[in-house]
Design a protein around this ligand. Structure first.
Ligand code: AMP
Length: 122
C-alpha cells in the first residue's frame, strides 16, 4: 500500500505542484482539477482509506482539515467558502488508496454529489 502514486509524490519520486508541506502532511494541486481551485491535502503516513483510520491517526486526520483551512485563508478563498471531500472506496469514488482531502473552491458548489444512476444499480 505504501507505493501509491501519493507516496511517490511524498518521496519526490514523481513531481507534483506542491503548495504546502510540514512534518505530518503535504498539499499539492490536483492534476485533473474539478474546480478553479482544487488541491489535495494528504498525510505523510500512508493510510489506505477512511475505514483504515485508527485511534492513533485522529490527530493526523484532524491536521488535514487544519492545513486545508490555513491554505484557504492564505490563498484568499476562506470567506467565500469551499468544499472539502474525502472519498472512501468504490461507492465514494476513491481512486487513490492513500487518504486525501480534496479542497475545491472558486465556484459555487452543487449538492447532492451523487449521480442519478449509480454504477451499482445499473
Ligand atoms: P479520489 O478519486 O478521491 O481518490 O481522488 C484522487 C485524485 O487524485 C483525483 O482527483 C486525481 O485527479 C488526483 N491525482 C491522481 N494522480 C495525481 C497526481 N500525480 N498529481 C496530482 N493529483 C493526482
Amino acid at each position: 500500500m505504501s507505493d501509491t502514486i501519493f507516496s511517490k509524490i511524498i518521496n519526490r519520486e514523481i513531481s507534483a505542484d506542491i503548495i504546502f508541506e510540514d512534518d505530518i502532511s503535504l498539499a499539492f494541486k490536483d492534476v485533473n482539477p474539478q474546480a478553479p481551485i482544487h488541491f489535495l491535502v494528504i498525510p505523510k503516513k500512508p493510510i489506505a482509506t477512511i475505514n483504515a483510520i485508527t485511534e492513533e491517526d485522529r490527530l493526523v486526520v484532524g491536521h488535514l482539515f487544519y492545513v486545508a483551512a490555513k491554505l484557504a485563508d492564505e490563498m484568499g478563498f476562506a470567506e467565500e467558502g469551499y468544499r472539502t471531500v474525502m472519498n472512501c472506496n468504490e461507492f465514494g469514488g476513491q481512486s487513490v488508496y492513500h487518504i486525501h482531502l480534496h479542497v475545491l473552491g472558486g465556484k459555487l458548489m452543487g449538492w447532492p454529489p451523487y449521480t442519478d444512476k449509480p454504477k451499482a444499480l445499473e
